[in-house]
Design a binder for this molecule. Sequence first.
Ligand code: AHG
Ligand code: MN
Ligand code: MN
Length: 354
Amino acid sequence: MNPVKLEETMMHFLLEHQLKNRRSLNFLILMESIVTAAKYIQHYYDLAALQGNLGEAGSTNVQGESQMRLDLLAHQTVMHYLAESNQVIEATSEEVTEEILLNEDGRYFLYFDPLDGSSNIKHSLPVGFLFGIGKRMLGGEEDYRLRRGREFIAAGMFLIPSGIFTLSLKDAGTWQFLLDSTGVYIRPTRIRFPESPKSWELSFNAGNTTTFSTPVQQWIAENQPKYNFRYTGALAVDFHRLLHNGGMFMYPAIVNHPNAQKNRPEGKLRHMYECAVVAFIAHEAGGMAVNEAGDDVLEIQPKKRHQRSALYVGSREVVESIREVLRDHVRAQKGDGGRVEAAKEPDATGAGVH
Ligand code: AHG
Ligand code: MN
Ligand code: MN
């Protein structure tokens, strides 16, 4: 008789990880709730067209963006299973302005984007679910501060509809799991950005190029010809592809829009549940992420729950190359003799919608 091929499950992988590092098993309960939520988000995504849930919900979120029915369904789903797990002190969702208190005696903080890439929904194109996990202060009283990416203990993303789950564990790498036909996540596979530049790609909204700072535009003009270009309009999807192929995803600050109201000097993506999440995943996969000042995204101490940031994330070599340009630009703007001239940037304080 042929031996049955028994697969390693994600829960077994996590159990071993926690035991090896003498950590609690509460993390497994939390992860079980996140995985369950992800499977249900996928379920609602699959049914959305049939049930008329592809459209807008008729409400707006804290960012002033109109919410899709699936944004809200995904948010409610995640909240339901997080609450059931009893492991979460406080959650932060893209779809809710304030923090959501769950269990004072819980152990974790969750920062999540329940459905990333909403503009893909009505076309039944792929979307994602992004999350970062912080841990309560174990010594001393909890101060409920927003965690820096560096303090996350894990971060991950689900790709919908493929169901591929990426999970990064602090100092223990980035892993991908496949969903088998029994509904179990199996086959932990370590992911690292490829060393060879052959497959490296650039990913950004090319329609915005002329609105970027002059040095960023110059960097693109010099470097884009070296790489293939890919962009789906969903960070989770573009970043998933980048993890395998290498290169860089960027969403630079918009500072040269012909309509100054539409500038976004602070960037578009959200720090807590988009930028810090992919920065953490990238770091554990051998890559890095910086913001518009060229500072490491993982080191940023967030001041606001929904604060925005520019993002440059991917293979170390590519991100370091643009980081130099960004840092020079900051120095030039401060007037201390950087080598790049400061770009003419219209004065814009409003967070206009591009
Ligand atoms: P969300 O759907 O959660 O609001 O996020 C959309 C984000 C991100 O996923 C994507 O990379 C970016 O917005 C795309 O923006 P543009 O349409 O401006 O390119
Ligand atoms: Mn998003
Ligand atoms: Mn979203």
